[in-house]
Design a protein around this ligand. Structure first.
Ligand SMILES: [Fe+2]
Ligand SMILES: [Fe+2]
Length: 131
């Protein structure tokens, strides 16, 4: 069974954001199934993808003068900081720390973040007048 399923409940109805979340879930599920040999490179890949995904949302917030930008950006920064700590452990060969982060932390975090902050952002973006 996949660690996290892509469900309609996780759609924010904004394509660019939904695509990033679908890829995040793909990588999370691949990491859950990865061998110890494959784990570090995939973990690095998810880290880089997450940096880019957050940056794309940050740009959307800036461009649309989103009122919730400070809190949302701070949450992205906080999670990246946490991610970096686990990445440095994985880079030292401590794969089990990375596996715990993938299994017990990121799925729950993603569901909460998508259904709250990202959904609020998507609603704001979808209500923008066409430029
Ligand atoms: Fe997101
Ligand atoms: Fe976000």
């Amino acid at each position: 069974m996949a660690l996290l399923e892509k469900t309609a409940a996780l759609s924010v109805a904004y394509t660019a954001i939904d695509e990033d979340h679908a890829e995040f879930i793909n990588l999370l599920n691949a990491l859950d199934m990865a061998t110890n040999a494959d784990f570090p490179a995939l973990f690095q890949h998810l880290y880089e993808h997450t940096e880019q995904h957050f940056e794309r949302e940050n740009v959307l917030m800036t461009r649309s003068a989103y009122a919730g930008i400070t809190d949302h950006k701070a949450e992205h920064q906080r999670v990246l900081g946490e991610f970096k700590q686990f990445k440095s452990r994985v880079d030292k060969g401590l794969i089990s720390f990375g596996r715990a982060f993938i299994k017990d932390r990121l799925p729950q975090w993603l569901v909460l973040h998508v259904t709250t902050m990202d959904t609020a952002l998507a609603t704001h973006l979808n209500n923008q007048p066409p430029s």
